[in-house]
Design a protein around this ligand. Structure first.
Ligand code: ZN
Ligand code: ZN
Length: 170
């Protein structure tokens, strides 16, 4: 864990005062997402930390903007997201679980939680619009601009075979 990261928070004091809620709000660029949709600019963190039985409860909101490309036509697109987080960082000495987050050296590292939570909040199949027509698999024309000259799609049952033939013919 990089202890100099702003995403690593010292919770020593908090651990000694159960029940006290500590609000934290800051923004920070984080590398999260895929080529289809990734965080653009800073992630806004608006969280509350609280020492509870078993560890540190981290909850609040993560929000920001993303850029990516349309899954069907590959045009650039963007959007915003706003996701709620509520995770327990287990105390040192508590039973260690394979999964989940843990307090280490009296610190919590928000990054893994951010990667998980924001990763799920970003669209898996971003579309420039619901009814994006995509690009023609044969000539590559953007079908949102109108039909291309390739004619109607061949029967779906044959398309796998055509694809295979295409591969064989190189
Ligand atoms: Zn599109
Ligand atoms: Zn075409």
């Amino acid at each position: 864990m990089r202890t100099d990261s702003p995403l690593v928070l010292d919770v020593r004091e908090l651990l000694e005062s159960p029940g006290v809620q500590k609000p934290i709000a800051f923004s920070e660029p984080v590398a999260v997402g895929t080529d289809l949709a990734k965080l653009d600019g800073d992630l806004l963190l608006d969280l509350t930390l609280e020492a509870i039985e078993g560890g540190i409860l981290v909850r609040g909101e993560l929000s920001g903007a993303y850029t990516g490309s349309c899954r069907r036509c590959l045009k650039p697109l963007d959007g915003v997201f706003d996701v709620r987080a509520s995770e327990l960082y287990r105390s040192e000495g508590a039973e260690v679980w394979e999964e989940g987050y843990a307090v280490k050296d009296s610190k919590v590292d928000l990054e893994p939680m951010i990667l998980d939570t924001v990763g799920l909040a970003l669209p898996l199949n971003p579309l420039c619009r619901e009814d994006c027509a995509g690009i023609c698999p044969r000539c590559g024309a953007d079908l949102n601009d109108g039909p291309c000259d390739c004619g109607p799609e061949p029967d779906q049952r044959w398309s796998a075979l055509e694809e295979l033939k295409g591969k064989l013919n190189g």
